[in-house]
Design a protein around this ligand. Structure first.
Ligand code: SF4
Ligand code: MG
Length: 288
């Protein structure tokens, strides 16, 4: 094929793709503001998975609330056609819990990065999880501070060079899923931004779960990380949860949480009462 034919084919492919995206209905969850993330950022894959999930669950825009903290993920509410709140560092979880407590009819999502959620917001997460308010908290974990230009974060591996650790990170990274299990998460999901179709299913389960859904998505920051979470390195090392894994089995979930392999899917789910259910019981008791 000559260059002219190549270009015609490319244009036809793009037009077909745009048509299929438009027909799918997912664009109704996108605002008029175009995302300002770097080209190729994993957040686009997460967005594609999430909009597909919202569309398949037929969540109405007027019932959708997306709350963020600070960081590259903090910009997310601007790009979503729903209600939103860009809060301050690490405060996405408590604000999202408050919104849901005030109006249980809403579908409330909180998003944030690893720095926002595990560094600055590290004190809020345990209490959000243990209270089990019915929200979905999605952490975009790229193991780096992206918005502030590439510093070591709470999940950066030992030895990784960054602007704040030019001789290699000396600190033990925390393990979000081990922490989530220890705090009593009633839903714990794992995903990878490079697999948006798998993310769709994971997000649907997380949103439908009644209680605090903690979803950790590994996502490449291709601007500031060229060695750890890269598309090339991640491509072949992700695998589905083992077929014999029972998400209702806490010990099995913990064994996988400390396993150095990368798995995606539902790691753990229990049906302990959500905050809303507990409050309903208390209201009955209080009335005698
Ligand atoms: Fe994405 Fe990294 Fe760019 Fe932030 S700095 S938008 S995380 S690629
Ligand atoms: Mg980060």
């Amino acid at each position: 094929m000559n260059n002219h034919t190549d270009k015609q084919q490319l244009n036809a492919d793009v037009a077909f793709h745009l048509d299929s995206v438009t027909e799918s209905g997912i664009l109704k969850y996108r605002s008029d503001a175009l995302p300002t993330w770097c080209p190729g950022c994993g957040y686009y894959g997460i967005t594609h998975g999430l909009t597909q999930a919202l569309n398949e669950l037929q969540i109405e825009n007027r019932n959708l609330v997306l709350i963020s903290g600070i960081g590259c993920a903090g910009r997310y509410p601007f790009f979503v056609n729903g209600y939103g709140f860009h809060t301050v560092h690490g405060r996405g979880v408590p604000v999202a819990c408050g919104v849901k407590m005030a109006n249980p009819e809403l579908t409330v999502l909180a998003v944030g990065g690893d720095g926002d959620g595990f560094g600055i917001g590290g004190g809020h997460l345990p209490h959000g999880i243990r209270r089990n308010v019915d929200i979905t908290y999605i952490v975009f974990d790229n193991s780096i501070y992206g918005l502030t230009k590439g510093q070591t974060s709470p999940t950066t591996p030992i030895g990784q060079v960054s602007k704040t650790t030019p001789y290699g990170n000396p600190d033990m990274p925390l393990r979000p899923v081990v922490m989530g299990l220890a705090y009593g998460a009633s839903f714990l999901g794992l995903g990878y931004a490079g697999k948006p179709d798998e993310l769709k299913g994971l997000f649907k389960q997380a949103i439908l779960h009644r209680g605090f859904s903690f979803v950790v998505i590994t996502t490449p920051c291709l601007t500031f990380d060229h060695v750890n979470i890269t598309y090339d390195r991640m491509r072949d090392i992700w695998e589905p949860m083992p077929k014999d894994h029972d998400p209702g089995n806490f010990e099995s979930a913990m064994a996988l949480a400390i396993d150095p392999e990368y798995y995606y899917g539902v790691l753990y789910q229990s049906n302990r009462p959500s905050w809303d259910d507990v409050q309903a019981d208390i209201a009955v008791k209080a009335k005698g």
